[in-house]
Ligand binder design. Structure first.
Ligand code: KG4
Ligand code: ZN
Length: 355
């Protein structure tokens, strides 16, 4: 009976709508069949996500995006075994669009519902398998640095759903630090990818900025933002063209400072957690979330792999920033455990400490 169940093909429709991307994916067991994302251009005009506009855009996008995901997966909706959706954290109006659709769709098809935590999903994207299952996955217990627009956490995973936040930001998130620095430089939103691109041509040692001195494994980025802001303000007084003349070096320098702060803490976490593992093996180290797309962070992690022997896990770019594939794998892992959701569960806006 158990063997039969294990051999069963499970198709799950996954929906992500926590911020400004409307995304849907279909996953067959732990292999992705389709992964569709519609971004929302409208926010670039405002230099940040406008919640009201995000909800409206989700309403416009959700049916075409889900339709495309099901078609690309080449299945019929009646083949679906469950519907997974992001329950939180995120913008409530945005979450409600995905959650309401998921509930109605599951109810209509008479299949179970799976609620997924967005941050947990960013981490669990590392368990998505290639179609030939050739890709390695992290071994428990392992560490994950989750860095996104709203969160910066070091998480210790003892099992898929046994996660402990062992360090986190006490103010801004790493993605916010990138976005705010970009705004100071007059670059468009979201600033992280733009800084990353311009930094490729710049000198990361040209300028240095204040680094926080926070005890333990916690982070702080608000002091860095202030130091960057004051530095630019003072330099502009001397030369109004300071930003234009030094844009690439400024991007490279702020990026390398943020990456340095992240790598210092994850290094401390590796040391601290080595004792937890039989034979004092180094824990595997993963990164996840939008900022894990950053080339400076990815390179720093590869360097740690080569120089310190870390076993590292870096998500493909389309699983770094918000996507529904990560909701799909988390949904599948919950489906296997029979962790179904009550349709009356409300969304939540803020992160639950113990995810
Ligand atoms: O995970 P994500 O897509 O959405 C949230 O859950 O917040 O992360 C978005 C954040 C934004 O702050 C964006 O600027 C940042 O990820 N980001 C990057 C890069 N790509 C996205 N930051 C630095 N370098 C990148 N290449
Ligand atoms: Zn995210």
């Amino acid at each position: 009976m158990v063997l039969l169940w294990l051999k069963m093909e499970t198709y799950i429709l996954a929906i992500e709508s926590s911020c400004d991307d409307t995304a849907a994916a279909v996953i067959r067991n732990d292999v992705i069949c389709s992964n569709v994302t519609a971004g929302q251009e409208v926010h670039t005009l405002f230099g940040g996500v406008v919640p009201e506009l995000a909800s409206r855009a989700h309403q416009q996008n959700i049916i075409p995006v889900i339709d495309a995901a099901i078609q690309k997966a080449n299945i019929n909706k009646n083949q679906l075994s469950a519907v997974a959706y992001t329950r939180g954290p995120g913008l409530l109006g945005s979450l409600l669009v995905g959650a309401s659709f998921a509930k109605a769709f599951a109810l209509g098809l008479g299949i179970p519902l799976l609620e997924v935590d967005h941050l947990q999903a960013h981490i669990l994207c590392h368990f998505i398998r290639n179609s030939d299952c050739s890709n390695p996955v992290p071994q428990f217990p392992f560490l994950c640095l989750t860095v996104s627009g709203g969160h910066t956490q070091i998480v210790l995973l003892r099992d898929y759903f046994v996660m402990e936040v062992i360090g986190q930001t006490i103010d801004d998130a790493a993605g916010e630090a990138f976005d705010k620095a970009a705004k100071i430089l007059g670059l468009p939103y979201p600033g992280g990818p733009v800084i990353d691109e311009l930094a490729q041509e710049g000198d990361p040692r040209r300028f240095s900025f204040a680094r926080p001195n926070i005890p333990g494994l916690d982070f702080s980025f608000s002091g860095l933002k202030t130091s960057f802001l004051y530095f630019i303000r003072d330099e502009l007084k001397k030369d109004p063209e300071f930003i234009e003349k030094n844009r690439n070096d400024l991007c490279a320098s702020i990026q390398s400072t943020i990456v340095d702060i992240l790598m210092t803490k994850i290094g401390q976490a590796v040391e601290k957690c080595t004792v937890l593992i039989p034979g004092n093996r180094l824990p595997d180290v993963a990164i996840a979330g939008g900022v894990s797309a950053n080339s400076g962070l990815r390179n720093a992690l590869m360097k740690a792999r080569d120089e310190k022997g870390w076993n590292v896990f870096i998500p493909p770019l389309n699983y770094s920033t918000d996507n529904a594939a990560m909701i799909g794998i988390t949904g599948y892992l919950k489906f296997r455990k029979g962790l179904f959701a009550d349709p009356s569960l409300p969304p939540y806006a803020r992160s639950r400490q113990r995810i």
